[in-house]
Design a protein around this ligand. Structure first.
Ligand code: PAF
Length: 297
């Protein structure tokens, strides 16, 4: 059919490697979007950006067991392969890599990538081993495809910063491109985990966005004390009976350290459990004597 491109689906690491290597040998610019599937508008924004900027687009759909801790939602993480393949096709993806876990982690797998420092704060405090799992799978996928560009959402700001550091430290020839968080009209950041929420929990989940807005408002009023800003965000989340706060912090960009004062490039970052879902959100800001502006991660 005219206008709809053919999408190659591969479950084999060797086959996917050969396909992408052949593109590179032809001098084509390859964009790569790693995902865990259950695609939503946030993923589609990344796929469309890659489509606009690159000659060929490869996406992976792999619920990576390494990045889930014991008792986390690996088994119940939402999956819908048919729907994902339809959406990937519509977004103009050329190759979808859908490896079984044994293909990525053969028996005896024992090589891991650890990005120290950046993996420790924020989500690192609540999900030990999570970023080691992310860094390992991302490094493996990058080495497999050697894409010139790879696309990540800013909703997972800490992940994006860790991937940038990994690429720099290992000298991988990949340009890591961030895309602003995609939100529902009422502000809720899109996440595959939003599918866990009941209508009442969906309403409660908005406290994350409200907390970030409260933090920004204080900054706009001239507050620069990090503890005051963090406390204001915490208060909003604690006021929501269905939410259990994990953290509400104001940290530096790109180092994720707690600054003396909220000045320069900073990240307001929050995480809370709402019903069965663990949700995160953030707001990257540039704070100058002239005022507060939205920034990028
Ligand atoms: O952001 C995600 O969906 C995952 O952490 C990623 C980058 C695909 C690695 O499994």
């Amino acid at each position: 059919m005219k206008g709809v491109r053919r999408v190659i689906v591969s479950r084999s690491l060797e086959e996917a490697r050969r396909i992408v290597a052949a593109w590179r040998e032809r001098g084509l610019l390859v964009g790569f979007v790693p995902t865990m599937g259950y695609l939503h508008e946030g993923h589609l924004a990344l796929l469309r950006m890659a489509r606009r900027e690159c000659d060929r687009v490869a996406a992976s759909i792999f619920v990576n067991p390494l990045q889930f801790g014991p008792g986390e939602d690996y088994l119940r993480y939402p999956r819908d392969e048919e729907r994902d393949l339809g959406l990937a096709r519509e977004a103009g993806v050329d190759l979808v890599f859908l490896p079984p876990a044994e293909e990525m982690y053969p028996p005896g797998f024992s090589t891991y990538i650890e990005v120290e420092g950046l993996s420790a704060p924020l989500c690192g405090r609540f999900r030990p081993g999570h970023f080691r799992g992310v860094a390992t799978v991302v490094a493996k996928l990058f080495l497999l495809f050697l894409p010139q560009r790879a696309y990540f959402g800013e909703k997972d700001a800490q992940q994006l910063l860790i991937v940038r550091r990994l690429v720099r430290d290992l000298g991988l020839p990949v340009e890591v491109v961030g895309h602003p968080t995609v939100r529902e009209p009422d502000g809720l950041a899109l996440s595959s985990r939003n599918s866990y929420l009941s209508p009442r929990e969906r309403e409660a989940a908005l406290c994350l966005w409200r907390a970030l807005q409260a933090g920004r408002k204080l900054l706009e009023q001239g507050e620069r004390r990090v503890s005051e800003i963090a406390q204001a965000m915490e208060k909003v989340i604690r006021a929501e009976p269905l939410a259990r706060l994990e953290y509400a912090e104001c940290v530096t960009l790109p180092g994720l350290e707690v600054p003396e004062r909220a000045e320069g490039r900073i990240l307001l970052a929050v995480a809370a459990r709402v019903g069965p879902a663990r949700l995160i959100d953030n707001l990257p800001l540039e704070v100058t004597p002239e005022g507060v502006a939205t920034a990028s991660v």
